[in-house]
Design a binder for this molecule. Structure first.
Ligand code: ATP
Length: 256
């Protein structure tokens, strides 16, 4: 589904991603962990097509198509979804209109007609229950005045409505209380299927108790320095990032 090969990117002349390779197949959940400033959000932004990042090398294919060649809108239409670390507020655009417009766009791209208002509202009600989001929030302006936790739940509502092939969740757990964390995680677990995949960026092993990843990758200074299964996240929480660095330098000196 997603194939990243030696991806390198810079921002304002500063190299941030220094050769990332990662393959995500349908049905898989990958977690990316790494210290502050290691490039996690940059990776998410580059995949979503944010303009300020310059790709200086490498390739990314998504379902066999060249992702880097597509506009951000086409990436979304192809089924890529990014849940922001800091969801944006859009005053004047109601949450419900935003969802309807986005869903209509995506359906049109797939050659499907728009849903009738009745069917749309029925779908919305069903999905709202998945994320336990209050009905009143759906009628308000997009994220305006939402609490941090409500914004994150709203991101998962968007995910539930749009059913992307690949969802990238950038620190969705930050700012969530325990109940909201459980709701967001159970939303993701209900939405996961054989046909979609998730890339979950997180600082805390805690989220991975709820959403069990198939693979965990450690991003450090713009490179994936170690990959493993869910146990790697536990080990990391216990020993810290210096342990991975020390292990790698020991391996490097051993091979000299
Ligand atoms: N628009 C930008 N302009 C200048 N530098 C940037 C920009 N975006 C990212 N960077 C730099 O790139 C590096 C990686 O940032 P990024 O936000 O990807 O890290 P992160 O791993 O997501 O960190 P955190 O865990 O703190 O969210 C940082 O040194 C950051 O200052």
């Amino acid at each position: 589904m997603l194939n990243i090969n030696n991806l390198q990117t810079s921002v304002e002349g500063k190299e941030i991603l220094k050769g990332i390779s990662l393959q995500v197949n349908a049905g898989e959940i990958h977690a990316i962990m790494g210290p502050n400033g290691s490039g996690k959000s940059t990776l998410a932004s580059v995949l979503a097509g944010k303009e300020s990042y310059e790709v200086t090398g490498g390739e990314v294919s998504f379902d066999g198509k060249d992702l880097l060649d597509m506009s951000p809108e086409d990436r979304a239409r192809e089924g890529l979804f990014l849940a922001f670390q800091y969801p944006v507020e859009i005053p004047g655009v109601s949450n419900i209109n935003f969802l309807k417009t986005a869903l209509t766009e995506i359906r049109a791209y797939k050659g499907l007609p728009p849903l009738s208002s009745k069917d749309f509202l029925k779908l919305l009600k069903d999905k709202q229950e998945v994320v336990e989001l209050k009905a009143s929030l759906v009628n308000r302006s997009l994220n305006e005045g939402f609490s941090g936790g409500e914004k994150k739940r709203n991101e998962i509502l968007q995910l539930a409505m749009l059913e992307p092939k690949l969802a990238i969740l950038d620190e969705t757990d930050s700012g969530l209380d325990i109940d909201a964390l459980r709701v967001v995680a159970s939303g993701v677990n209900k939405l996961r299927s054989e046909n979609n995949a998730f890339l979950i960026i997180t600082h805390y092993q805690r989220l991975l108790d709820y959403i069990v990843p198939d693979f965990v990758h450690i991003l450090y200074d713009g490179r994936i320095i170690k990959s493993g299964t869910k146990e790697l996240a536990l080990e990391l929480e216990e020993k810290g990032y210096d342990w991975v660095k020390d292990e790698l330098s020991a391996a490097a000196s051993h091979s000299l």
